[in-house]
Design a protein around this ligand. Structure first.
Ligand SMILES: [Zn+2]
Length: 619
């Protein structure tokens, strides 16, 4: 069956081979064919099944907006689902819709199949929005067969819900328009071939909504053009606000532009029931620095001429870092209590600096006085996901339906004692949204992201700059800044093999929407300051890790405070200039992955990662 449509993007031809259910798309003569080695499948209680094992009827459809092929799948007399693959006239997009018909216990669907992408050329590459972004050339020697968080969209595994492939100059971007229960499956097992496809998971045990993956094909493009297509999609769908728009709601956004970041803490307490507990080293489990001591330490930045600074404070409350959330108050007594914390905040304000706290509304500690399993996330089997990985020991997850109540309760109390400029709500923009089957507060993953966003919006409405762990597509309407949004390799030990080439896919879409602080560690192989500059980001001038050896906290070269300040001033100057600008382009120079350039609206940044040098020009 064949459908041809003359669209805005030229002639697009869609062919379905009905015997093997293979789709081929020709977009202005460039051919993209489904990979027969990865057939479409679905999984239910009996295991994994091929689409080709079902009975199917196809028919061509032409409607007011386009034309395509509808396929109705059934098992004996029972209709299971339909697919509708159609070419949209106005945009030239090709939409793959999977449509459930009967509730039949499907757990996941792997459809459509990936395109055949076999070549050992380096100008054939796959784009993966893992962390800040990853480009996998087809000849890349290191295998990549899985992503963090199982490649789930809207997590660290895939900040944005799309992937793309480019062969020489022709390419496509595939946008998951229904991202909440989707994940990206990438397979680059060896040089010469890469496949990328989406797996759609059930929501609360049911495939109860239509899933849409939309392809935009271009005859001549690179990853910059594909990011521009996604930016257009985001803005057309109202999924993001720029920093200028956020500053209109919250003027203090302006004061964060060009600021350096300090990340430090007050109290560490590792619960004996935590996996981190080390019975041999009690000082590792428990230590404390008072508010007054931190205040004294932080005076150095004013002396060294730091104009703008944001201080993020961990472990500021009585239970200690990562303990007893969401019942975290009051301010740590032994460290100086509310008065000490207030004095620290006042001192920072006198210096013109900003002060914010670390907080947490997902990890639900069993040792929190108000802990009640009735408000914990319940899975459809009726059990409560739990573990004891972090300092506070055994925990479940607080159902996000409850999170805004706790945010309001806690912040009203905190603001009665200490004025805050910012607040960091941990893990919201790194970890997957939760689903909760408890009928008292049933919640889908899509709804979970809405509840998390309500927490950010509450902060904004009360003059507090909202922040979270990383960045994620769902948060871009409200999030002002984050802890970091690094390339995936920056979270691994410096000598770990690279799984591809880092490219700033996230910033090519969202640079002017969110402020990203960058790690400034310097290792013998590479100076991470160069990535901060390349990305037009903000610098960490000091970053005390909450846990050593994870989250990218490795021992780099010793850098004195004076030198750290000098380095951060360079990054701050550029950030002040470009924070509100789009990152328009990124390029590799001279055929080298080590030499890179980014272009903002008014500035151009070049780095040589091997030589450790950079140049900044006005455009
Ligand atoms: Zn719930």
């Amino acid at each position: 069956m064949r459908i041809t449509n003359e669209t805005k993007q030229g002639l697009i031809r869609l062919t379905l081979d009905e015997t093997i259910l293979q789709y081929t798309i020709e977009a202005e003569g460039i051919r993209w064919s489904g990979d027969l080695n990865v057939p479409s499948t679905f999984e239910d209680v009996d295991g994994c099944h091929l689409f080709t094992d079902l009975q199917v009827e196809h028919r061509s459809v032409e409607n007011g907006v386009g034309s395509g092929i509808r396929s109705a799948f059934r098992r004996e007399a029972t209709p299971l689902f339909e697919t509708f693959v159609w070419i949209e006239q106005a945009s030239g997009a090709v939409r793959f819709e999977w449509i459930p018909l009967t509730e039949c216990g499907i757990k996941n669907v792997c459809w459509p199949e990936p395109f055949d992408f076999v070549s050992d050329r380096s100008d054939w590459y796959t784009l993966i929005p893992n962390g800040q972004g990853l480009l996998v050339p087809n000849d890349w020697p290191e295998p990549l067969t899985s992503l963090p968080f199982d490649g789930m969209f809207l997590t660290h595994g895939c900040y944005m819900p799309w992937f793309g492939q480019v062969k020489e100059e022709a390419g496509y971007i595939a946008i998951a328009e229904t991202p909440w229960n989707g994940r990206l499956k990438v397979d680059h097992a060896a040089p010469g071939a890469t496949s990328a496809a989406v797996i759609w998971d059930a929501s609360l045990g049911s495939m109860d909504y239509r899933r849409i993956l939309t392809f935009h094909f271009r005859k001549e493009c690179d990853y910059n053009e594909l990011c521009r297509i996604y930016r257009t999609y985001v803005m057309e769908h109202g999924l993001a606000a720029t920093l200028r728009e956020k500053a209109a709601r919250l003027p203090s956004v302006e004061r964060l532009i060009g600021a350096a970041f300090v990340h430090t803490g007050i109290k560490t307490h590792v619960d004996p029931d935590s996996s981190f507990f080390d019975p041999q080293q009690s000082d590792k489990n428990n230590h404390l620095t008072t508010f007054a001591e931190r205040q004294k330490e932080l005076e150095i930045y004013e002396k060294l001429g730091v104009e703008r600074l944001y201080v993020h404070l961990d472990g500021w409350a009585e239970p200690g870092y990562d303990n007893q959330h969401p019942d975290y108050l009051p301010a740590c007594e032994e460290a100086g209590g509310w008065e000490g914390m207030r004095a620290l905040s006042d001192s920072l304000h006198r210096q013109g600096y900003l002060f914010g706290i670390h907080d947490q509304y997902r990890d639900y500690y069993h040792k929190a006085p108000s802990y009640d399993a009735d408000y914990a996330v319940q899975d459809p089997e009726g059990t409560y996901p739990q573990h004891a990985r972090w300092a506070g020991g055994p925990q479940s997850y607080l159902c996000a339906t409850q999170a805004p109540y706790y945010v309001r309760r806690n912040f009203q109390e905190i603001l009665a004692h200490v004025p805050l400029d910012g607040a960091y709500l941990d893990v919201f923009t790194c970890n997957e949204g939760d689903e909760c089957a408890n009928p008292l507060h049933r919640m889908t993953r899509r709804e979970c992201y809405e509840y998390r966003r309500q927490c950010f919006d509450w902060l904004i409405a009360h003059g507090i700059l909202p922040s979270s762990e990383e960045v994620s597509d769902w948060s871009m309407r409200s999030l002002v800044f984050c802890h970091y949004a690094p390339y995936a390799f920056q979270l691994e030990t410096p000598d770990a093999p690279r799984k591809g080439v880092p490219v700033p896919l996230f910033n090519l879409v969202y640079h002017d929407c969110v402020i990203i602080p960058w790690m400034m560690d310097r290792y013998p192989e590479q100076d991470h300051m160069l990535y901060a500059l390349l990305n037009g980001g903000a610098p960490y001038v000091r970053r005390d890790p909450a846990y050593v050896g994870i989250d990218g906290a490795f021992a780099g070269e010793e850098i004195s405070v004076e030198e750290a300040v000098e380095r951060s001033k360079t990054v701050c100057r550029l950030h002040a200039q470009v924070a509100l600008e789009r990152m328009q382009e990124h390029h590799f120079l001279n055929g080298s992955y080590e030499q890179q350039e980014t272009v903002f609206e008014t500035m151009r940044v070049r780095v040589d990662l091997k030589a450790g040098t950079y140049e900044i020009f006005e455009v």
